[in-house]
Design a protein around this ligand. Structure first.
Ligand code: NCD
Length: 309
């Protein structure tokens, strides 16, 4: 198979395992390209991509932009803070205006769950979801599982615990889907107040004790506490959260085996992990960032073949 089964990347939920294999094989190729002295290929020349960010982002936006430049695409950038959205324009109007400029692909981050899916039904362009509220963040889960495959050879059979703010995290949901699709065992760990009510329906193990979770896993993916999504207090204080769910060097040394630490960024150093842990040999956080560019190149390259001429 050399084609994705989907026309858009809206969520991992809509992908097949064969899609993930194809994205990973394509990313292997692009990873070699971005490590060459000449890092640019002409694959997306004449393709115009709009990056629409209705919510703040640093690394995801930079990563997409770099991936687009490496593929020689033409790129336009839009952030809602500096736009007419604050003047009351609707999402469809904003995007239609941009599309009348003949854009072929849209990368969108939006605070509302389902925004990317909504757009794909109203607009004639390939859509990539770069995060829709607390719903999905598919390229993050692809780069996370790609980084696990790179370190261990395969994702199948690995035990992965996702730690922290599961309730507000699109990274958690997309990772659960991607890990399960590839045959990993998944556990979520965090305070009860930060667990979604129906978490059991997702087929994951649930643990509230961090040490038990870490002793079980091969890999721990440490989520950031999403303070900006919390309208009420979900735990007594940051200090208390860190005492119970923060990973320190001492915690890692107390475990029976050496586990791998992942983090999607941005890190709250000293909250979910200490600097010592983030910068240690057990962390693959910077590999995740590097792989993010290769994965996003692969996704855009594969979706470009779906553009209607
Ligand atoms: C994540 C996000 O925005 O969902 N970060 C990212 O994409 N690099 C996670 C987070 O903000 O904590």
């Amino acid at each position: 198979m050399s084609e994705l089964s989907v026309d858009h990347l809206l969520g991992i939920k809509y992908l097949k395992n064969s899609d993930i294999d194809l994205i990973f094989e394509t990313a292997d190729h692009f990873k070699k390209v971005i490590n060459r002295p000449i890092k640019k290929v002409p694959s997306l020349r004449d393709i115009t991509i709009a990056n629409l960010f209705f919510e703040n982002s640093t690394r995801t936006k930079l990563s997409f932009e770099l991936a687009q430049k490496r593929l020689s695409a033409d790129v336009i950038n839009f952030s809602s803070g500096q736009s007419s959205v604050s003047k009351g324009e609707t999402l469809v109007d904003t995007v239609n205006n941009i599309l009348s400029m003949k854009v072929d692909m849209v990368v969108m981050r939006h605070p509302n769950p389902g925004a990317a899916s909504f757009l794909s039904k109203h607009i004639d362009a390939q859509i990539i979801n770069a995060g829709d509220g607390a719903h999905e963040h598919p390229t993050q889960a692809l780069l996370d599982t790609y980084s696990i495959r790179e370190k261990y050879g395969e994702v199948k059979g690995k035990k992965v615990v996702i730690v922290g703010d599961i309730l507000h995290s699109r990274v958690a949901l997309s990772n659960i889907f991607a890990l399960q699709l590839q045959g990993a065992e998944v556990m979520v760990c965090g305070p009860k107040t930060l667990m979604p009510k129906h978490i059991n329906k997702l087929g994951v193990k649930v643990e509230t004790n961090l040490l038990k979770a870490l002793n079980w896993c091969d890999i721990a993916n440490m989520l950031r506490v999403q303070n900006e999504r919390m309208e009420i207090s979900y735990f007594p204080s940051t200090r208390e959260y860190t005492q119970q769910y923060g990973v320190t060097k001492a915690v890692l040394e107390s475990l029976d085996k050496e586990i791998t630490i992942m983090h999607p960024g941005p890190i709250n150093r000293g909250v979910e992990i200490t600097s010592e842990v983030a910068d240690s040999g057990q962390a693959i956080i910077l590999n995740q960032v590097e792989n993010g560019v290769a994965i996003r190149m692969a996704v855009m390259y594969l979706l470009a073949s779906k553009i209607k001429q």
